[in-house]
Structures are given as C-alpha cells and as structure tokens.
Design a protein around this ligand. Sequence first.
Ligand code: ZN
Length: 147
Amino acid sequence: MHEIFMLAALAESKKALPECLPNPPVGCVIVNAEEIVARGYTQAPGKHHAEAEALSQIQGKAFKFLDSTFFRMYVTMEPCSFHGRTPACAKTIAENSRISEIYVSILDPDPRNNGRGLNILKEAGKKVYLGLCATEVKSFLYQYLLK
Ligand SMILES: [Zn+2]
C-alpha cells in the first residue's frame, strides 16, 4: 500500500522536468487514510519545492479537514534542511503539526543536507521512514543529483 503512494510521488517527480532544473525533480504526495489529498513537484528555481507545493494545497481553502486529521507525506528525496532560494522544507514540515509521518525514498547526497533534513523531522517528533521504493526512485532521480 505504501509503495503505491511513493510511486505516485515518483510520477510527480517526473512532471517537474525541465522547469525545476538545476534543482532535482522531486515529487511529493500527501495522504489522508488511503486517499491522496495533495500532490506537488519541484517548481522553477525560487518557487515552491515539491513538499511546499503539496503543503500549500492542504492549507488552502479547497480542503476542509477536521483539526484532528493527520496526514502522511511521501516524498522521493529527503527534504532540504538549508535555506537556499526558498525556506528549508524540512523546517516547514517540522512546524506543520498535521503531518505526522513522512516516508522518504532516498537521502539527499548534497553534503549540505545528507541526513540533516531527516534529523530535523525526527527532532520535531515526526515518524520518519527511509528507503521505500529506493530502487525505482534512484533509477530516475540520481542522474539529476550532484551536478
Ligand atoms: Zn526543499
């Protein structure tokens, strides 16, 4: 079941090209129970990363969930932990009390990140799972990393 959602996030990743470059084409879905309620992919540089794009959808008026509703996030690569052209996604997710679990397929090999993003999430009390569909995600994403 979780694999279906990560593969949906991978499909979002592929939509990011070519506008996202030189940023990696990351994809993200947010799930409530067994339903995808938001999708996002890396926008052009300076605009939303995949995670921020998906979060903006559940914070918008189009979705009316109870305050007690929690969401799971599936993202193809570790959220960024440093403030580049946009705020760090890991901090944005950490501060969002409605995201309770995050499934990350692969670590970000960028030495500025590389585990720091996951640590920010864990320190915020989120449940973090690494490695889902890593083979499939790597075969697409690795060619765009560390360039
Ligand atoms: Zn980011």
